[in-house]
Design a protein around this ligand. Structure first.
Ligand SMILES: O=C(O)CCC(=O)C(=O)O
Ligand SMILES: [Fe+2]
Length: 372
């Protein structure tokens, strides 16, 4: 009797294809020189203060650093990449069922490609981004929304991963930054609890590779120079070189995908709270080097945002007082952190009218910088 030939789905329900990271580039690029914090030292005697000392210059002058030994094994990280890969493979009509309400500044859910203009329109041709995101906000009742099946099937695992970042890794970083500012250890951690209503999210992101000819037309830009909106951004290591940081001298340096690291950057709200002492660093995403330029660049990130109602007022920090640092513009002190974040999400949908460096008003006369 002939056996019935059944076609098996390539990924059976609940089972994920193993994700394999691609090869690093062979090209020697002009890498940024970033400090690396070994988080396993955090609980050692004197460890916190030592790490804070190591961090001080990085958060003030650079705005970017690496962390290692943060307590998430690579196979758990790779499972998140595997989930992200499946999400982006869904048909676009399916993904659009979960579209984030971007027009109201809400990032929760799917963000299709092409929402952001990179350069002003020329001769009727628009220059739009080529990346998609899927943002998963915290699993608390106020922020729940519907998600595709692939996410629901792995909900427990995703939530555990999110909570490890939110309740452990990020809390340690907030203690270290509080120590830099000479504040009580829990001062910043208090405004970043898992149960706080905020726009914190885990993000799967994919930059669709462009052809050489397209890269030329887009001047190699995949995402224009910007600062991030919330408190901290954590970028899980993926080996495709494309992220660049703007140095104090105006040059752009590449971020090396350092083994087993997370790249962390300071974002706007910490800059407001510290009257500019903590640097919300400008960064951008460009075409990868030739041996990686053809590969879609899958990313895994965590965006830490403060509790919605906290105001962007300068903190009462002994360090800032001693340095005589005050807010550049008092109007910021009345803005709720959540409103700032939402206004920036909405602002990304605006038409671009000029090239190069621009200052764009976001809220209450306060602006953000963009470079393209
Ligand atoms: O993909 C990256 O390396 C950076 C992404 C980024 O800057 C962002 O999403 O804000
Ligand atoms: Fe960014």
């Amino acid at each position: 009797m002939a056996a019935a030939v059944q076609s098996m789905p390539s990924v059976p329900n609940g089972k994920l294809e193993k994700y394999t990271q691609v090869e690093e580039s062979k090209y020697e690029l002009d890498w940024a020189d970033l400090v690396t914090l070994d988080l396993s030292e955090f609980d050692q005697p004197g460890g916190k203060q030592q790490l804070a000392n190591q961090l001080k210059d990085a958060v003030h002058n650079v705005g970017f650093f690496y962390i290692i030994n943060f307590g998430l094994p690579q196979d758990e990280i790779d499972r998140q990449f595997a989930i992200g890969k499946q999400v982006f493979k869904l048909p676009v009509e399916e993904k659009l069922k979960y579209r984030a309400d971007l027009e109201n500044g809400n990032y929760n859910g799917y963000r299709p490609k092409g929402m952001q203009e990179l350069f002003p329109e020329r001769n009727g041709t628009a220059f739009r981004d080529n990346f998609e995101m899927y943002n998963i906000f915290k699993y608390i009742p106020e922020l729940e929304r519907t998600h595709p099946e692939i996410i629901n099937e792995h909900r427990e695992e995703i939530e555990r991963f999110q909570r490890k970042i939110a309740q452990d890794i990020v809390q340690k970083l907030l203690v270290l930054i509080a120590l830099v500012l000479e504040l009580p250890e829990d001062h910043l951690a208090n405004g970043h609890q898992y149960n706080d209503v905020s726009d914190c999210h885990l993000r799967y992101m994919i930059y669709r590779a462009r052809s050489t000819e397209e890269n030329e037309r887009y001047q190699n830009i995949y995402s224009q120079g910007h600062s991030d909106f919330g408190s901290l951004t954590l970028l899980f290591r993926q080996p495709i070189a494309a992220l660049q940081i703007r140095s104090n001298d105006g040059s752009w340096k590449w971020v090396k995908p350092y083994p087993e690291s997370i790249t962390v950057n300071i974002a706007d709200v910490l800059q407001f709270w510290s009257a500019g002492y903590l640097k919300s660093s400008v960064h951008r995403v460009v075409a990868p080097p030739p041996d990686q330029a053809h590969i879609d660049r899958l990313g895994l990130l965590y965006f830490l945002r403060p509790a919605h109602d906290l105001k962007l007022k300068t903190l009462d920090s002994p360090l800032l007082k001693r340095l005589g640092l005050k807010a550049e513009n008092d109007a910021a002190s009345g803005i709720a952190a959540g409103d700032w974040v939402k206004a920036r999400v909405k602002g990304n949908l605006d038409k671009v009218t000029e090239e190069g460096k621009k200052e764009k008003v976001v809220l209450n006369g306060i602006s953000a910088l963009y470079y393209a």
